[in-house]
Design a protein around this ligand. Sequence first.
Ligand SMILES: C[S@@+](CC[C@H](N)C(=O)[O-])C[C@H]1O[C@@H](n2cnc3c(N)ncnc32)[C@H](O)[C@@H]1O
Length: 380
Amino acid sequence: MSESATRERYIAAASAPEAALCCPVNYDPQFLKAIPTEVIEKDYGCGDPSKYLFPGETVLDLGSGTGKICFIASQVVGPEGKVIGVDMLDDMLEVARRNAPVVADNIGHANVEFRKGRIQDLGLDLELLNDELKRNPISDAASYLAADDLANELRVKQPLVSTDSIDAVVSNCVLNLVESRMKRQLFEEIFRVLKKGGRAVISDIVSDEDIPQHLQDDPSLWSGCISGAYTEEGFLKAFADAGFYGIEILKRDSAHWQTVEGIEFRSVTIQAWKGKQGPCFERNQAVVYNGPFLKVLDDDGHAMERGKRYVVCDKTYNLYKKAPYAEFFSFIDPLTDIPLSEAKPFDCSRTDIRHPKETKGQDYNATTAASNCRDGGDCC
Ligand SMILES: C[S@@+](CC[C@H](N)C(=O)[O-])C[C@H]1O[C@@H](n2cnc3c(N)ncnc32)[C@H](O)[C@@H]1O
């Protein structure tokens, strides 16, 4: 499905609210007070990723529409944080940009900006390209190719969103609208712009079955956030394929939003993290999976049974110490630290048991008196 049906539908929806595009969401009323009615009325979301943001973060909202999620996020991240909304339509950007100073006055800080671009091509600033094309219009094949070169240069020299610059990429009911052939690139772009340790928090519509071609070919169903949807399983896989880890369903509506030819469409909110890439080093650390499941498997293929001590590299050890894993593991540092600069490369494709002697040292032979338990009470 081409982008034109989506463009037409959302140009209209920027000037007059369209009820059919709205999947009811309970946004936190304390944040809505500062947002003009015109923005709230043109709510075309299906979830609330802003719930999962923190003060001080730099946030990117993909397909920001009239700006509602950006204006909520602006209040959550506070004056120390920053919010960037990206949309491809002038009509949506006009409403969002006009209302930004009103929201800033109401909340007492201005930390939101709106940029024009396509979310599957976050390098290309469409307003900069437009200015250049006014000076050098496309009139023949040669000038078309020159414009293509220029777009590539802009992506490198003046990117719309820089690589490794964002703490949290959010989006509300937009990824499904991107053409199928561009969806892989879309996930790669989300990954590119995130900082190492950053995360995507995406609300979108998903289907419970594969969507047949005749439904995918229906422009109204596509632009209505239905037939471009991933399956529930396919959505999670798209994050994994792009290199994310710790992928998690934060919210899955049990009630479906719509049913078409027996296929259910519902809203989910997914969180996925960037940062598992990089070299592996041996520092004699060990982890124990605390349960409650008998066994778990992480995104790098490490399978761990409950209660056993496992060998992990320094990278995995530190990854597990943070969200979303930390609460599920116990951590065992070696008695003698191996500085990172002296650590040997580690083969991360294996998952072995770590013998306690490896963390304590082969010659460890101490006998000690009973110590008080850390919780403050006597041990026995
Ligand atoms: C369903 S609306 C959601 C708007 C907003 N997130 C909200 O919660 O109300 C989809 C928005 O994404 C924009 N959009 C759709 N495809 C896009 C793309 N490929 N790149 C940038 N924006 C896109 C549309 O212009 C529209 O504003």
